[in-house]
Design a binder for this molecule. Sequence first.
Ligand code: PCA
Length: 212
Amino acid sequence: MKNILVTGFEPFGGETVNPSWELARALNGELIAGMRVVAVELPCVFGAALARLDEALLRVKPAVVLAIGQAGGRCDLSLERVAINVDDARIPDNAGAQPVDEPVVPDGPAAYFSTLPIKAIVAGLKAAGYPASVSQTAGTFVCNHVFYGLQHRLRGQDVRSGFMHIPYLPEQAARHPGAPSLPLPTLVAAARQALELAATAQEIRAGGGQLD
Ligand code: PCA
């Protein structure tokens, strides 16, 4: 049986939960599009997150990879289009490191596009009533770091991979006045659909292909 690797992050930035790991672990073991979901938690640490990802890629040998992260303040499921070769941290990571204007991969290409059918996923999610959009930046913190590292590792391979940012959970938003949130059951139902489409949808690309 083929596997789908879904990653989420540990809490960071003073939070006690990270919706991305709550979501990933809720999906662990499910069968989606005839494939088994394997969830892996990544540390919110530059470098160490990619070491954990490498271990997971070797062990799981996924056909599809969806990395997920929290984007506090965003209001929808954001399918990221592009990962850039920049680590530029606004706050320290969970190991206290705060790289500024450093490459994720020295001498790597400037950017990679997602190889997930992001337009089809967004269209499918919206048609089912979930808030979703294509995002043009995954930022320059550990999420973009993992997204870039993922695309770099899988370049040229027949594996669909990409990144999705999600909003706070309601209990987190209560501590951030005005911040939007989505309940976990909604995130789980939406992510099931996103993964189904990630595995099966034909992509209609506006930009076309990899930026490498
Ligand atoms: N969000 C952060 C890193 C971990 C996470 O869940 C980010 O957007 O970079």
